[in-house]
Design a protein around this ligand. Structure first.
Ligand SMILES: [Fe+2]
Length: 323
């Protein structure tokens, strides 16, 4: 299979869609396991907010890149279902600019609301596809009950309204604007941050708005603006951590780095987009001020179709208040 075939169908072609590893050769089976079998990564984080004693469970699915993980995305759905999450966050690159069929992305997203409220921000790949092509995709996401947060904040009740989480989303359009790129024009014109202030201004506004909408508790008292709500930000690109740090933002969920594609002995990633060789932010939890940022290695690949020592990842974060 040539390079164009990789880009169009993924390295496993139709088998990728059907989750079929039965008829593969030994080498192909090893590659399949390394690139398709999902690893669940757990983090337990402490945040001084109003949280259930057993911890709030947030699941992050990132960088699907229009690939399949099991038949009809069964590996993703089974992993998420077993966690019984309180909240699910999708942090961009559900689509891939090189794969114009959006079915795999919709198969991954649709039905997740059966498990918990789902929130979404886009990534650079969605931005690199034309607005006309993505319009129908976003309409389908919304119809599936997924809350799209393009520079918006929304407060959601969890655990039967006993707790509230304020979720903010930084759109990739704002990140592109900071880069001096309007989007939909391809990455060649992308430049380093010409005007990063647009990011900090948006973060500041979202932090102020977070908690402005929501519901009421069992006694009818408004809890939407409660400063004790957990506040999380969704944004695709981790290398912008210094702009995300804000006293009102507890956690940031990011992806984009694909774990550095190849993880070297010792656990260091080799390359990540917008960070280059030996990138700093490829996985794990990073702190800037009081803000903690989670970087998912994500699930899929883009131009380069293989991962090494870097299994596709779904992240579970259990957030607890200090004892
Ligand atoms: Fe990305």
């Amino acid at each position: 299979m040539g390079k164009a075939g990789y880009r169009k169908n993924g390295i496993y072609g139709q088998r990728e869609k059907n989750g079929d590893s039965v008829n593969m050769g030994m080498f192909e089976k090893i590659l399949y396991t390394l690139n398709k079998k999902i690893q669940l990564t757990d983090y337990e984080l402490t945040v001084d907010r109003n949280l259930p004693e057993d911890g709030l469970r947030i699941v992050q699915v990132s960088d699907v890149q229009s690939e399949y993980f099991g038949e009809s995305q069964s590996f993703i759905k089974e992993t998420v279902r077993e966690i019984e999450p309180d909240l699910i966050v999708l942090t961009g690159d559900l689509l891939d600019r090189n794969r114009k069929d959006f079915t795999a992305a919709m198969d991954a997203a649709e039905g997740l609301t059966d498990f918990a409220p789902v929130f979404y921000v886009d990534g650079n790949h969605e931005m690199d596809i034309s607005f006309d092509e993505t319009r129908a995709f976003y309409a389908e996401l919304a119809a599936a009950g997924i809350c799209i947060l393009f520079d918006k904040a929304h407060t959601v009740p969890v655990r039967g309204g006993r707790y509230f989480v304020s979720v903010m989303g930084l759109s990739e359009a704002t990140v592109f604007h900071a880069h001096g790129q309007s989007g939909g024009t391809g990455r060649k014109e992308r430049r380093r941050y010409q005007d990063a202030s647009v990011i900090t201004q948006t973060i500041h506004r979202l932090a102020g708005e977070s908690g402005a909408r929501g519901g009421s508790d069992a006694d009818g008292a408004s809890t939407a603006g409660d400063k004790r709500n957990l506040r999380i930000l969704l944004s695709h690109e981790p290398q912008l951590i210094e702009y995300y740090a804000h006293p009102a933002i507890d956690l940031v969920f990011t992806g984009h780095a694909h774990g550095g594609q190849f993880r070297l002995p010792g656990g260091r990633g080799l390359f990540a987009p917008d960070q280059g060789i030996f990138p700093k932010y490829t996985q794990g939890v990073h702190r800037c001020g009081k803000t903690q940022m989670i970087v998912s290695r994500g699930l899929g690949n883009s131009r380069f179709p293989l991962r090494l020592n870097n299994r596709p990842e779904i992240v579970q974060v259990i957030v607890k208040a200090p004892c």
